[in-house]
Design a protein around this ligand. Structure first.
Ligand SMILES: [Zn+2]
Length: 255
C-alpha cells in the first residue's frame, strides 16, 4: 500500500513538473539539435496525402534524382559540422502515404493534428528526425502560401495544389517543389534569425527570417507562387543542386 502511494505520488509529481516549452524555446532546442557537431544523421522523412504525391524521378539530364536537390542543399548547409549525414527518400515507395483528407483549407490546429500523428521527437538515438508533409488544399484558404513551418516544430508542410498552380515545365515544377522543401527546412533549422544569428548583416528587414540575397533559397520571394519561377530561373537553367547561399552556410558554421 505504501509503495503504491509512493508510486502514485511520483507519477503525480512528474506530471506536475513536466516542462511545457513555448514555441520559441522549442525552436532554440531544434536549432541546437540541428547544429550540434557529431555523427548525427539528419533524416528527412516524407509523408504525402493521396493526390498530393511529391515529385521524384530524375533531373540534371538523368545524372541526379529530384531529391538530390534537398540532399545536396542540406549537405552544403551542414558542411562544417563534423560527421553530419543527410538522408532523403528518392522514390514514392520510400515515402509514406496519408489517406485522403478531403479538405480544401487547413487551420493551424488541423495541421498540427495531422503532424502529431506522424512525428517523433526530433532527436532519437543520435539521429535527427524531420518531417515533410504534403497536403492537398491551402492554409486558411490562402492560395499564396506554398509551404509552412510552425515555429518550434520538427515538421514542415508543402501545399501541393499551390505548387501545381505555379505551372511551368515538369523540370520547373520539380524545382519549385524542392525549393519550397529546402526553404521550409531552412526555417526549421533556424536560419536568418530564427535561432541562428546571421554573421553578416543579410536579414531582409521587411521580411524577417529571410535573406536579402536573391540567389539564396532563403529569399522571401521563393515562397511566393507568382515570383518563384523568375527567382529560380538561373538555378533551374544551371540545374544546380545546392540552393543555399554562402551567407547562410557561413551562419551555420559560425553558430
Ligand atoms: Zn520563408
Amino acid at each position: 500500500m505504501k509503495i503504491l502511494f509512493i508510486i502514485l505520488f511520483l507519477l503525480a509529481c512528474s506530471e506536475n513538473n513536466e516542462v511545457i516549452l513555448s514555441p520559441e524555446q522549442k525552436q532554440i532546442e531544434n536549432v541546437q539539435i540541428s547544429t550540434e557537431p557529431g555523427p548525427f544523421t539528419f533524416n528527412i522523412n516524407v509523408f504525402y496525402e493521396v493526390g498530393a504525391e511529391p515529385y521524384a524521378g530524375t533531373v540534371n539530364l538523368g545524372k541526379n534524382n529530384t531529391w538530390d536537390i534537398t540532399k545536396a542543399s542540406m549537405i552544403s548547409l551542414f558542411q562544417h559540422i563534423d560527421g553530419r549525414k543527410v538522408t532523403v527518400p528518392y522514390e514514392l515507395s520510400e515515402m509514406k502515404q496519408i489517406s485522403p483528407q478531403s479538405k480544401s483549407t487547413w487551420t493551424t490546429n488541423e495541421l498540427v493534428e495531422v503532424a502529431e500523428k506522424i512525428k517523433t521527437p526530433m532527436l532519437q538515438e543520435f539521429e535527427i528526425q524531420t518531417y515533410v508533409i504534403y497536403l492537398k488544399g491551402t492554409f486558411n484558404g490562402n492560395p499564396e502560401i506554398i509551404g509552412l513551418h510552425l515555429t518550434g516544430e520538427n515538421y514542415v508542410f508543402i501545399f501541393k495544389d499551390v505548387i501545381e498552380s505555379v505551372g511551368g515545365s515538369p523540370l520547373q515544377q520539380k524545382y519549385v517543389e524542392q525549393s519550397t522543401v529546402v526553404h521550409e527546412l531552412g526555417h526549421l533549422v533556424g536560419l536568418v534569425n530564427n535561432g541562428i544569428k546571421p554573421v553578416s548583416n543579410h536579414e531582409d528587414q521587411a521580411n524577417p527570417h529571410h535573406t536579402i540575397h536573391k540567389d539564396c533559397v532563403m529569399y522571401h520571394a521563393v515562397e511566393k507562387p507568382g515570383r518563384i519561377l523568375s527567382i529560380l530561373a538561373a538555378i533551374i537553367g544551371r540545374q544546380e543542386l545546392n540552393l543555399f547561399g554562402d551567407e547562410v552556410i557561413s551562419d551555420i558554421s559560425n553558430h
